[in-house]
Design a protein around this ligand. Structure first.
Ligand code: EPZ
Length: 430
């Protein structure tokens, strides 16, 4: 897949160093992923900037090369086009990690452009059940014949896909993106109801519109798409990553830290900023930056994860680490995924007091943390553990830190620049 040995990557942190200075937010991984998949919809040329150079994106880029993409990924820019689809399955090893869940995003665009797609079935996932039934239901309604066998999804259609009216039974981010892309190249009008509203979907709509798609938002979560027979290439800048933004805002909220988050879009993380205000964190919010500091005395809160604009599941683990430093009992209820508390066990090894009762983490603070060896289980959990290491006394070693590299651009380097004593080992040269 690439020349780093995923299993050997570790992050070493010597905690208790105050963070200060400024940090610039990278482009959003979860916007760039569907936007790279959208390249499949056209034979034209695309130029993307602010693409985060993270492992999940490198895998998606490779996936596109496997189906005939020509291009260049240099620094944070991607120039790419797919003059002709070279039908090839997404190799199983690529589809086994969370990364690969993103490969489901190529299903809609591939069948819409080429009439055939073969994608490995995403397997289980470390954060809980990750169903794709709504993706498949929608594509079937559009006229694709879909078989799921031998670990693969095979989708076929003889003519163009047809416009449909479809209501998602439950909000799904990649489900909305997949059907949106397929509908952009389908024949006739598609109405999608109960769509997810995450900013990454707005950015995808922006890209699709530049490609010539006709998409209109009606009444909040209803989208109307007039299908086109061809779409063009486009030039696009990926929006800033709201989860990276939120992670650094949380990092600045620990006692004694004062940092400025630049290239921020504060309204993407209003739900987090509201919670931090309740906790007593000092926030100065400008149009493109957030200054965050804390003098201690953090108050506990009760929080639930929700689809956007609610509090995001992708910041649940990082907020949990912060709540271990507030005085009193906090509760964090996870409503999106059914197994997203693995970080709690690891944090408890550092000395936190977190109990999991069903879908809720009960956090008793404030606890003093002491560094030791812990293991990252998924991308956002790894960020939560790094935050734990930053506040722990002594050395924390986070094993399986490949997880962090999947979605955070240069996090150890960015934290070093803020004054943290942190290094990553086991990463070769690209
Ligand atoms: C996206 O995953 C993100 N991934 C995830 O980010 C994020 O955690 C998640 O949305 C929720 O915000 C990308 O954008 C690439 P969902 P996705 O479909 O689209 C159920 C990260 O750390 N569901 O919105 O796979 C599903 O089981 C990652 O960056 C169905 O039942 O999530 C889950 O309970 C992790 N049937 C809920 O909906 C379906 O067909 C939400 O999942 C689809 C989903």
């Amino acid at each position: 897949m690439n020349n780093i040995n995923m299993g050997n990557i570790k992050i070493l942190i010597k905690g208790k160093k105050a963070l200060s200075g400024s940090v610039r937010i990278s482009g959003a991984k979860n916007a760039a992923l569907p936007e790279l998949a959208a390249v499949i919809l056209s034979s034209g040329e695309f130029e993307f900037s602010e693409v985060p150079r993270v492992e999940d994106i490198k895998v998606m880029y490779k996936t596109l090369q496997n189906i005939g993409a020509e291009g260049k990924f240099s620094a944070n820019s991607i120039k790419i086009k797919i003059p002709e689809i070279r039908s090839s399955p997404v190799p199983r090893n690529i589809v086994e990690t969370e990364t690969s869940r993103a490969s489901i995003l190529i299903l809609g665009p591939l069948v819409a452009r080429d009439g055939y797609a073969r994608v490995s079935l995403p397997g289980g996932c470390s954060i809980g059940d990750r169903n794709i039934n709504f993706h498949l239901d929608g594509l079937r309604k559009m006229g694709a014949e879909i078989d799921v066998k031998d670990g693969h999804i095979i989708a076929k259609t003889t003519g163009p896909l047809k416009g449909i009216e479809y209501e998602f039974p439950w909000k799904t981010v990649t489900g909305t993106e997949n059907l949106l892309m397929a509908a952009a190249l389908a024949e006739g009008t598609t109405i999608l109801k109960n769509c997810a509203l995450e900013p990454e979907i707005g950015d995808l709509i922006d890209l699709l519109s530049k490609m010539g798609a006709d998409i209109e938002g009606i009444n909040g979560d209803i989208l109307r798409i007039e299908g086109k027979s061809t779409l063009t290439g486009a030039v696009h800048t990926v929006i800033p990553d709201r989860i990276e933004m939120g992670t650094y805002v949380i990092a600045g909220s620990f006692t004694g830290n004062e940092i400025v988050i630049e290239n921020a879009v504060p309204e993407y993380i209003d739900s987090l900023l509201d919670i931090l205000k309740q906790m007593g964190v000092n926030l100065e919010v400008d149009e493109n930056s957030i200054r965050v500091s804390s003098n201690g005395g953090l108050r506990p809160v009760d929080v639930e994860t929700r689809p956007f604009p609610g509090f995001p599941t992708d910041l649940q683990a990082q907020l949990t680490t912060l709540l271990t430093q507030s005085h009193g009992l906090s509760r964090v209820k996870e409503n999106i995924f059914n197994n997203r508390f693995k970080h709690a066990l690891e944090l408890n090894k550092l000395g936190t007091d977190i109990k999991i009762v069903g879908d809720t983490a009960i956090i008793r603070g404030k606890t003093d943390l002491a560094g030791r060896g812990i293991t990252a289980t998924d991308l956002r959990a790894s960020a939560a553990l790094v935050l734990g290491g930053l506040i722990a006394e002594g050395e924390t070693v986070v094993a399986n830190s490949y997880q962090l590299l999947r979605g955070y651009e240069n996090m150890p380097q960015k934290l070093q620049a803020l004054g943290a004593d942190i290094k990553i080992v086991g990463v070769g040269n690209e």
